[in-house]
Design a protein around this ligand. Sequence first.
Ligand SMILES: Nc1ncnc2c1ncn2[C@@H]1O[C@H](COP(=O)(O)OP(=O)(O)OP(=O)(O)O)[C@@H](O)[C@H]1O
Length: 307
Amino acid sequence: MGQTVLATIDLTKKYKEQTALEHVNLVVEKGDIYGFIGQNGAGKSTLLRIVTAMARPTSGSVRLFGESSEAGLIEARKRVGAIIESPALYPDMTARDNLEVHRLLRGIPGKACISKALALVGLQDTGKKKAKNFSLGMKQRLGLAIALLGDPELLILDEPTNGLDPGGIVELRELVKELNRELELTILISSHILSELHQMATKYGIIHEGRLLEQMTHEQLNEKCKQHLRIRVDDPSKAATVLEMELGTQDYEVLQDGTIKLYSLYHDVRRVSMALTSSGLVIEYFAPDGDDLESYFTKRVGGGFHD
Ligand SMILES: Nc1ncnc2c1ncn2[C@@H]1O[C@H](COP(=O)(O)OP(=O)(O)OP(=O)(O)O)[C@@H](O)[C@H]1O
């Protein structure tokens, strides 16, 4: 386990009629690009707003950089940069002047951080151009520059690709990966589109109706979404021998309950079933399995709360 940057402990938020978060235990570790995925209204913004002190929990707590007391959290939040909702931009000002205002508001000493932040997001050459004349992608990058001003160690981005065109989405994704790599920034990024997060996230949390259904690594998600033939026979170890000796594959695994997941020969269903039956095995179950990302997500949230 890496070093925990952010943990929520049984975090619960209730509005009058509505429970927005219910006992959420989310863990973000140093160096993660944590993809926080959930449909609209699932509770993503509510959690991010509580972490950044824009809202208070009904019960439960937040631990940030090891701090969970009121005073400790005030200090810890200085190490966090965030864009939640639209970034506060001054439309009639240049990128540099926008950053200068935010620098003064936040009491960050020295102007050097401004050039640095502009260079990080690729806005160093926008000169006299006013923010109101920026493309949406540029505005988003200016928002990022503002969030990066205080050299944060954790960056929180709430649905940053909303409204961006495909080119803007690619740009943002590359930027997020670069910030993570070059500055060793830990990044918590929310979205309602799993495939959008998939090309950058190292870890995922799926939230649905205020409950965190699942947390997993990128590798675990890929494993779940890998296409395979799911096979159950009366004698799994004999079947394994058939796969290896007759079909020449070792690309399979035998689960604890004896189910075989065969990752190769996915399109050669007939050959596999013939080899098994002609060896005298009784096939109890035999079907292709594995989802693409969006159908995995839909299935997971459609099925409600299982764990
Ligand atoms: N201030 C509020 N008062 C009452 N209900 C609220 C308030 N803020 C959020 N909610 C409700 O809490 C639930 C979670 O909302 P939240 O904004 O956190 O979801 P989300 O996952 O961020 O979705 P979206 O992407 O649509 O913002 C929703 O049902 C929402 O209507």
